[in-house]
Ligand binder design. Structure first.
Ligand code: NAD
Length: 283
């Protein structure tokens, strides 16, 4: 029976997943290497709960209980007592492998280890542990509190039991789990590559502006957000890393090639909403 959830990484996804886990009644340990990020994450969580109460989505008592169930930590060893780990750090296979190696050394043998990776191989991440059958992908979407879907990604060695536990946990968090195979970008991020890629090519060719492309996609395509608004929300760095990862894992198939605009924006540090500047400017 899972009681405590450990979350590695308190950035955009980590702090959102922490809220959802706490609302589902789990005790949450939220770890990040950065004190600053942890402080911001707790402030953000507090504010999100406050707005939830204001909108009548949760009661003040539920918000207080959920908030007090989240424990920010800077000591990696504190993840050792969690029954279920969700890793949400940078989309970089080497960074994730290092974390799973360290997790493997501290968690109980029956703990389930999951990664919120958007595109990387769960089988490769699992290979660093003694229990690859207990490693599974759990791909939440942004923002985790609102988005219903969770892709549950089965690595080569993931067991049926682990897959079921991850699906059950997603259901307890009021999410809709969809089990899929371990393939670069899984389902959603594979389908989404041309959505961003073609929009960037249209922009680079001067066919239309950022605002025009976003407007047309929303108006005629029925999308809630245009590709540029969505890249700003996701983070240009994260989106670029995912595109690069899918491209590389498919042996440089041209249809998945990233666009130089993305690289240039990452190099310039204009990463979207999180830096208040991306394709749009934010206050
Ligand atoms: N942003 C999105 O829209 C989105 C959606 C779904 C999945 N994801 C995936 O979730 C993961 C995290 O993305 P994000 O957008 O939250 O990134 P982010 O940059 O907002 O947060 C990543 C966090 O990881 C921390 N970190 C980095 N190295 C660490 C380490 N070694 N130990 C502990 N913490 C470390 C950083 O301090 C940062 O706070 C990525 O794999 C990404 O692909 C992102």
């Amino acid at each position: 029976m899972i009681k405590s959830v450990g979350i590695v990484g308190a950035g955009t996804m980590g702090n959102g997943i922490a809220q959802v886990a706490a609302r589902a009644g789990f005790d949450v340990v939220l770890y990040d290497i950065s004190t600053e990020v942890l402080k911001d994450a707790m402030a953000r969580i507090k504010e999100d709960f406050r707005r939830g109460v204001e909108k009548g989505k949760i009661t003040a008592t539920e918000a207080t209980e959920a908030f007090s169930a989240i424990h920010p930590r800077r000591n990696f060893g504190d993840m050792g007592n969690a029954d279920f780990i969700i890793e949400a750090v940078a989309e970089d296979l080497n960074v994730k492998k290092e974390i799973f190696k360290k997790l493997d050394a501290i968690v109980a043998p029956e703990a389930i280890l999951t990664s919120n990776t958007s595109s990387l191989s769960i089988s490769a991440i699992a290979s660093l542990t003694k229990t690859p059958e207990s490693v599974v992908g759990m791909h939440f979407f942004n923002p985790p509190a609102l988005m219903k879907l969770v892709e549950v990604v089965r690595g080569r060695q993931t067991s049926d039991e682990t897959t079921k536990t991850a699906c059950d946990l997603a259901l307890r968090m009021k999410k809709i789990p969809v089990v899929c195979k371990d393939t670069p970008g899984f389902i959603v991020n594979r389908v989404a590559r041309p959505f961003y890629g073609e929009a960037l090519r249209l922009l680079a060719e001067g066919v239309a502006t950022v605002e025009e492309i976003d407007m047309i996609v929303k108006m005629e395509g029925g999308f809630k957000m245009g590709p540029f608004e969505l890249m700003d929300l996701i983070g240009i760095d994260v989106n670029y890393a995912v595109t690069k990862s899918v491209y590389e894992q498919f042996f440089h198939e041209p249809r998945f090639r990233p666009h130089p605009i993305q690289r240039q924006m990452v190099e310039a540090g204009t990463l979207g909403r999180k830096t208040k500047k991306g394709f749009y400017t934010y206050k």
